[in-house]
Design a protein around this ligand. Sequence first.
Ligand code: SF4
Ligand code: SF4
Length: 190
Amino acid sequence: MITIPTDERSLSFLDEVVADTPGGERIAHCMQCGSCSGSCPNGPDMDYTPRTLFALINAGQRERVLSSNTMWCCVSCYACTTRCPQDIPITDIMYALKRLSLREGLAGGTDAPALAKTFTGLLDKYGRSFEFGLASRYYLFNKPLSMLKMGPLGLSMFTKGRMSLVPTKIRQLDQLQAIIKKARQLGETS
Ligand code: SF4
Ligand code: SF4
């Protein structure tokens, strides 16, 4: 059992998370049952399981939460959200924490933001993922030395027809781009 000190910023951090998450006010009702952590496929890789993360948020541990890798390990499977007896929008809170972490420049301890940025850049351009482009750009700009190690895996995927070397665009890409543009505008003004 970890001991979590409550600091003087507790109210403001909780309020921040709530303000950035539809239905986020329910986080105050977390009863620490652990169903979310028990359901999470990525719990073992997280600095703090979802249950512990909510205890930290309620205790106002802003920097500890926002600099953790927990939200970046979330794969949005919604298993936790569907099982939470308190109807806490856990997955949406993970998204809010990602935004706050980026805004505060506290996501430096994980590669996930760089990977997400590369991924969304490809979505903007093609409307779908392009695995070869994703892997090559991510490693080239963020981990060039590791690129060599990934070569055999990439080659194996290519020879088995699991990875194309050429990107393809979706039809009516302009419509998706207009939706993304509008979502970004709304995100900036909210
Ligand atoms: S399942 Fe819900 S109530 Fe239980 S620990 Fe997780 S967030 Fe809290
Ligand atoms: S939505 Fe995220 S936090 Fe919830 S169970 Fe899935 S990976 Fe874990």
